[in-house]
Write a protein that binds this ligand. Sequence first.
Ligand SMILES: Cc1cc2nc3c(=O)[nH]c(=O)nc-3n(C[C@H](O)[C@H](O)[C@H](O)COP(=O)(O)OP(=O)(O)OC[C@H]3O[C@@H](n4cnc5c(N)ncnc54)[C@H](O)[C@@H]3O)c2cc1C
Ligand code: SF4
Length: 492
Amino acid sequence: MTSPTRWLTSEQLGPHFDDGGEIVLVEVLEQYRRRPVHRQKAHLHLSAVRHRARELADRARIVTGPTHREALVEAGLTGDRLETVGAISWGMRRLVEDLGGTMLEPRGFVTERATFDDWAAGKNASQLIMDRFYREVRERTGLLMEGGQPVGGQFSFDADNRERPPKGAVSLGLPDPWRPVEDDIDAAVRDDLDRLAASGARFIGVDAPRRFAATREEALAALDDFVESRLNDFGPYEDAMLRGDAIMAHTRLSVPINLGLLHPLEVVERVVAEYEAGRAPLNSVEGLVRQLIGWRDWVWHLYWHLGPDYTTSNNFLDARTPVPEDWWRPDTSTVAAACLSDALDQVAQTGWTHHILRLMVLGNHALQRGYDPAELTAWFRDAFVDGTAWVMPANVVGMSQFADGGVVATKPYASGGAYIQKMSDYCGSCRFDPKKRLGEDACPFTAGYWAFLDRVEPRIRGNHRMAQPLAGLRRLADREQVVAQERARDAY
Ligand SMILES: Cc1cc2nc3c(=O)[nH]c(=O)nc-3n(C[C@H](O)[C@H](O)[C@H](O)COP(=O)(O)OP(=O)(O)OC[C@H]3O[C@@H](n4cnc5c(N)ncnc54)[C@H](O)[C@@H]3O)c2cc1C
Ligand code: SF4
C-alpha cells in the first residue's frame, strides 16, 4: 500500500504540521479572479507556500489548478492517497470528505476540540464565555499557575491594561518592528500578481514590500524582536490608539501564527519564561497569554461548534446595508472622520490594523451603520493579511456586530466618539467634534451611536446590559433630529 500524501494549506506551513512524509501544496492563482483579496495577503500566502516548498525540496511539490478540488484530483490525490491535518474551514472539510481523504486531528492550537467539547457540554450558547474557557485552559495547562492558583492572585490583569496613550505623545516611541528582506521568490510572486492584475484580477489595497514573515526563520526573528522591543509595553497600551503609531506595542504575530509558522504555545512559553526570569511584567505577559490560549483557541473552537451556517443565518439586528464599494479598494478620499480614515488607510497600505481599530473603529462604524454582517465578514477576511475563514465568524458576526444576538458577546460593542477621544489622539485633528451629536460638526460615531440605539431598540430591549444606554436614549431631547440627521448623512 502506498503511503498517503499530506496536503498542507497556506495556514499549515510550520514544522508542527510535518511528520516527514510526502507533502503537496496547492496553488490556485485563479481564486484571485473570483473575489478581491488584499494584494499583500495574496503575496504573503503565495510567498510562504513557495518558500516552504523550497525548504522541503524533494519531499514537497506544488500542484496547481483552477480550484483546489481540480488540482488535487488532477494530481491523483483522492481516497487513501490523500491526508490532511484537520481542516481549516468548513469548505475544506467538505472537500476532503468528498475526496475520501483522511483527516488527522487539527494542530496549531493550544487545546484540542475534545477539551472544548468537555467544557461546553451542558452549557447553553450564552454560557460559552471566553473568560471561563480561559480559566479552564490555564488550569489544564498549568500556564501561569502556582500551587493550583493563578500567579499574581488573579486570572486576568485586564483592568491594568486599559491605559490611555501617554499624554501629548504621537507614538509610544518603540523601535520600528522587524521587517523581512524580499528574495527571488517574492520577485516571482510579484510578477505573477502583476500579470493577474493586468489581465483583470482586482485586488484590495496597494502592493508594497513584504512586511510579515513568510518562513519559519523569519517568524522566529519577528518573535525575538517583539520580545526584545515590545513585550513590556504590550499590556498597558493594548486598547490605546495613536495616529502616528499604527503598531503600538502589539505583536503582529497573528500573521505568522495563522500561517502556521509559529505555534501559539511556543509564543506563550517564551513570554512566560520572560516573566519568570524577571524580564517582563505580569500584566503584559498575562495579557498576551490570554489572547493566545483564551481568545484565539475559543474563536477557533466556536467556529466548529457554531456550525457552517452561523455566518449566513445570523442577522439579529437586521443589518442590511451593503459594505461600501470604497471599503473594497479601500479609498479614503471621501472619508472625513479622522479615526475611520486612518483605519481604512492602514488597511489599504498594509492589510493590517491592531485590534482596537478593528473593533472600536471599523467594526463600531459598521455596527452603527447596519452593514450586512455576512458581507462584512467576507470583507475582513479578504482585506486583512491575517484573515482566515475560522477567525472571522466569532470576531465579526458575534463580537463586533452582535448579529448572533448574544452568543459571543453579551451586548453590542457600540460606542460613541467619547471612547475614541479617550483612547486616542484622533479627535484633535478631526473636522468633527466628539461631544456633538447635532450640526455640521456632529461626530458620526457619537450621533451614530444614538441613531443605532434608536434603530435596534426593539431588538435589544430585553438585554439588561443595554438598560442604561436605552434609558439614556429615552431621555435624549433631540432624539428625532439626531436620527433624521444620521439617516440623511451620506459622508463620514
Ligand atoms: C472585527 C475583528 C476582526 C478581526 N480579524 C482578525 C483576523 O483577521 N485574524 C486574526 O488572527 N485575528 C483577528 N481579530 C482578532 C485580533 O484583532 C487580531 O488577532 C489582532 O489584532 C492581530 O494583531 P496582533 O498579532 O498584533 O495581536 P496582539 O494584540 O499582539 O495579540 C496577540 C495574539 O492574540 C491572538 N488574538 C487576540 N485576540 C484574538 C481574537 N479575538 N481572535 C483570534 N485571535 C486573537 C492573535 O493570534 C494575536 O496575534 C479580529 C478581531 C476583530 C474584532
Ligand atoms: S471626532 Fe468622531 S469621527 Fe472624528 S476622530 Fe473623533 S471619534 Fe472619530
